[in-house]
Design a protein. Structure first.
Length: 159
């Protein structure tokens, strides 16, 4: 069974050289939130994703879609259609963790000014040993209000 192991953080500030990193334009909507069934357009690729579980470890399946199928399902989504730019920022390996990639999500209206960073890991041990960079802020991995499914239904949480 495919699992995703990740931790999520709000950020204190966006790195100055952000435009030097690869950027993906993402649009996603939710057909169901418990379990999560979402559609996503990432640049020119389309997916249907099933996620089950919450917190740091959850089950995840991705299926490819074509543009026509994506557009057909898009009008069936509940809640906000989320739009964001995702930057892939490499994080050098350390003694405690292998090389990782930070996925920095910068949300568009109506979810601005929300920005958060996710880091995916190969093992739970790696995730628990992770020491975030100094520009990361509050960890929100276990705060379901920051799941994209919740954001699509309720907007940005009031902290």
């Amino acid at each position: 069974m495919p699992y995703e192991i990740e931790r999520k953080y709000l950020v204190k500030h966006i790195p100055e050289n952000l435009t030097s990193y690869p950027c993906y334009q993402i649009e996603q909507g939710y057909l169901n939130t418990h379990p999560t069934v979402r559609i996503r357009k990432e640049n020119d690729q389309y997916y249907l994703t099933y996620k089950n579980g919450s917190g740091m470890v959850h089950e995840e399946y991705n299926l490819s879609l074509d543009e026509k199928s994506y557009c057909h399902l898009k009008c069936k989504c509940d809640g906000l259609l989320i739009k964001k730019n995702r930057y892939h920022i490499p994080l050098a390996a350390s003694e405690k963790s292998p090389e990782l990639t930070i996925e920095l999500d910068v949300f568009s209206e109506p979810l601005t000014p929300l920005v958060y960073a996710e880091v995916e890991f190969l093992t739970e041990k790696d995730a628990l040993a992770f020491i975030p960079p100094s520009w990361f802020g509050l960890e929100v991995t276990l705060d379901s209000r920051y799941s994209n499914a919740s954001l699509s239904k309720h907007g940005v949480p009031i902290t």
